[in-house]
Design a protein around this ligand. Structure first.
Ligand code: ADP
Ligand code: MG
Length: 727
């Protein structure tokens, strides 16, 4: 089997091939990895490129031609014919435009060409991507710029192999039009501020950078492709707009804790193999709570690589599912009444030397450092709860956040018993011990030892400390993690900036980390004590689903924006703009553009759903309802003709006719609600929220009721029971 083949699999490897070879046939075979670079690049070029990738040094323009040529040869060797700059415009999807490496030379041969400038910069026609008003229509130009910190990869589909180059996408005036640019900027910001803190803690010379790490878990549903294709709502919106619940209990019993169905297993194995080839390090797979729901989780990576890999994962899952006669649904709420899907964003900070800064180690000196970073996060989430909430807002996530299955829209932090206790001690100004006896640390040292695992598992918190990282659970399953990660990095950068400045002031100019440990610990205690006092209101370990918490949160003054229009409006506030601007993540213009784009997307998404609902109910459900009405009428007529009392059948018919009339009214009502004059984005989004969404619910409840009455052979679309019992 040639190495360019699309279908190398473990099972095809010869039985005596070494494990290593078999592994190499799959893992990273389609990424231009560090190893591939080393093999193909001149030594000095490789070293310089690595310095840019590893240490964030400016990319040397002279390298580009050499790298491009090696990359092209590698890709052509692997069967690629085209290349594309792969980017993440604000549509929430990825975009690509393919160019051929090879062109006919007119005498029966081919020329291959891929220059450094084609690698480094692209110029796609940007006019059809959202810009939020940044780009005047007469100036449609946009640039893509190579992000050499995220490896290039080859995507294989439909017999084609295409080299994909991860890029940032900016307007001709340099404003970010994508998700990658601000993420990279925010990583820089949090690194710079974290380094200031680490220097005070006496970080060695080897520590030059701090890296934001991310490990996103992806929940998704699988349904039969046939059912998917038979439902306009799934095809157009990736979620069902109608569907009566199957009999209670039935939908849960055979899935949760069940073994993975054979078809799903085959799909998963195939998807894993493709993703391994692309260098995406998937680690776990399992059934989720709802029937037909599953999850994949990767090993964490540098945040921007993780974000690219996450987009690639969603695309790959969809593509591979089609090959298995399945449809992979990543929507937050494909089925009403059944658990939705999230994308838990696990996040932490690590030094370039590999030390996880949110890992509560056993050494007291590092504990102070850990507590400093912990408090930086607590402060950030409390102060910027609204910005953080807005980063996960979308029409789709509204069906999940704040409902009784996903974390509430109140951005509180779960720390677990042990850390909560320690934070309380910090507040008292004199922390002495940890709560559990095993690690009790008395004596001369000022701060206690902290056990590595708190042991607690609270699934109802939107933002939980889980042992050595935070888990942001409010992220929706279809969203791009780049934006919430950008916000997290930025707000934590701000906290670290404030903490570093306060510590620097406390410690004075002549502070020597090596000899002044006591002074440092004293200063930290003072600074952290104030932070805990001011921001402890954001800490909550109880059940986030209860109404008692909602009331308590209100008393504490914590914001609770249950729906996305209000949440998105918070992105445009001065407070949000200031913090994003201060750390060079987004300018005011860029933030305003994003607010506009997100609100517009919200409106468009709901309107597409509304139009689909109108069309399905008018052209499929109403005709089915009328057919059944005819049947019922025939029953009445036939019964009467047989000279039998038909009053019962007549009553049934009368009640039914009333219901059908309601259906007609509801269709007209929704159609009317979708009509809206005026061009103001916020007004339109509010109108969609206040008029269109309720009209959709009204129509849905009537249709779902009809579904329970109309015979299955007349009902025009696959039912929940059929879709959710994948065979
Ligand atoms: P659970 O479902 O219990 O949350 P999983 O194992 O499914 O656990 O997911 C945990 C995720 O957290 C994985 O993607 C893992 O790579 C990620 N993770 C672990 N450590 C870190 C870290 N330091 N930074 C970012 N993500 C991390
Ligand atoms: Mg998790």
């Amino acid at each position: 089997m040639s190495t360019n083949s699309n279908s190398i699999s473990l099972s095809h490897a010869s039985p005596d091939a070494s494990a290593q070879q078999r592994v190499e046939a799959i893992f990273g075979a389609d990424v231009f990895s560090e190893r591939a670079m080393q093999q193909r690049l001149p030594k000095d070029v490789f070293k310089k490129l690595l310095r840019t990738i590893k240490h964030g040094e400016q990319l040397d323009a002279d390298l580009a031609d050499s790298v491009a040529s090696a990359m092209k040869d590698w890709a052509i060797d692997r069967g690629a014919t085209h290349y594309t700059h792969w980017f993440q415009p604000l549509t929430g999807l990825t975009a690509e435009k393919h160019d051929a490496f090879l062109s006919p030379d007119g005498v029966g041969g081919a020329l291959s060409e891929f220059t450094g400038s084609a690698l480094v910069q692209g110029e796609p026609d940007a006019s059809s991507f959202p810009s939020g008003g940044i780009r005047a229509t007469f100036e449609a130009r946009g640039y893509t710029a190579w992000d050499c910190t995220s490896p290039v990869f080859i995507v294989r589909d439909g017999g084609n192999a295409t080299l994909c180059i991860p890029t940032a996408f900016v307007s001709w005036t340099g404003e970010a039009l994508d998700h990658k640019t601000p993420l990279l900027r925010s990583m820089e910001a949090v690194s710079n501020q974290a380094m200031r803190v680490l220097r005070l803690f006496g970080a060695g010379e080897a520590v030059t950078r701090v890296i934001a790490t991310a490990g996103p878990e992806q929940e998704y549903f699988l349904v039969d492709a046939k059912h998917y294709a038979e439902r306009d709502d799934l095809m157009a919106c990736d979620r069902t707009l109608f569907g009566a619940k199957p009999p209670k209990g039935q939908q849960l019993e055979d899935h949760y804790f069940g073994s993975i169905p054979t078809r799903a297993m085959a799909f998963m194995a195939d998807a894993e193999r493709e993703l391994y080839r692309l260098g995406v390090p998937l680690k776990t797979r399992h059934n989720e709570v709802a029937p037909g729901q599953f999850e994949f989780a990767p090993i964490f990576e540098t945040a921007n690589v993780a974000a690219d890999h996450q987009m690639l994962t969603m695309e790959t899952l969809k593509r591979v599912a089609r090959r298995h006669g399945l449809a992979c649904i990543v929507h937050e709420k494909p089925f009403a009444g059944i658990n939705g899907s999230g994308k838990h964003l696990n996040w932490s900070l690590a030094t370039n030397t590999g030390v996880n800064l949110l890992d509560p180690r056993d050494d007291t000196h590092i504990n102070v450092q850990f507590l400093t970073f912990l408090c930086a996060v607590i402060r950030a989430v409390d102060i910027h709860a609204e910005l953080l909430r807005s980063s996960v807002a979308s029409a789709a996530n509204d069906h999940r956040l704040g409902a009784n299955e996903a974390p509430p829209a109140i951005m509180s932090i779960f720390l677990g018993e042990m850390l909560t206790d320690i934070v309380e001690q910090l507040e008292s100004g004199n922390p002495r011990s940890t709560k559990k006896g095993t690690h009790l640390d008395l004596g001369a040292r000022t701060l206690p030892m902290i056990p590595r695992h708190t042991g607690d598992r609270n699934r109802t918190s939107p933002f939980a400390f889980t042992g050595n990282k935070f888990e942001f659970r409010a992220v929706g399953s279809s969203g791009n993690i780049a934006w919430p990660a950008t916000v997290l990095n930025t707000i934590v950068a701000e906290s670290l900036d404030v903490i570093a400045s306060q510590l620097e002031k406390e410690l004075g100019k002549n502070f020597e980390p090596a000899s002044d440990q006591d002074k440092l610990v004293k200063a930290c205690k003072k600074v952290l004590q104030t932070i805990v006092k001011q921001h402890k209101r954001v800490l909550f370990d109880g059940d986030g689903y209860t109404t008692a918490w909602h009331e308590e949160a209100k008393k504490r003054g914590l914001p609770n924006h249950r729906e996305s229009v209000v949440a998105l409006e918070q992105l445009g506030t001065k407070k949000s703009i200031d913090v994003l601007k201060k750390f060079g993540v987004l300018s005011k213009v860029e933030v305003e553009a994003r607010t506009h784009i997100h609100l517009e997307k919200y409106t468009k998404q709901v309107l597409i759903e509304a139009e689909t609902a109108v069309s399905m109910s008018r052209t499929q459900i109403l005709p089915a309802a009328l057919r059944y009405q005819t049947e019922l009428a025939e029953v009445v007529a036939a019964t009467q003709a047989a000279d039998v009392d038909a009053s019962d059948a007549r009553e049934q018919l009368e009640a039914y006719v009333e219901l059908v009339a309601k259906l007609r009214q509801a269709i007209a009502g929704l159609e009317h609600a979708t009509e809206h004059e005026g061009s103001d984005t916020v007004q339109h989004a509010r109108h969609v929220r206040d008029a269109v969404r309720p009209a959709m619910s009204e129509l849905r409840s009537i249709c779902d009721n009809l579904e329970t009455i109309i015979p299955r052979d007349l009902w025009p679309i696959p039912t929940y029971r059929e879709m959710l019992s994948m065979r």
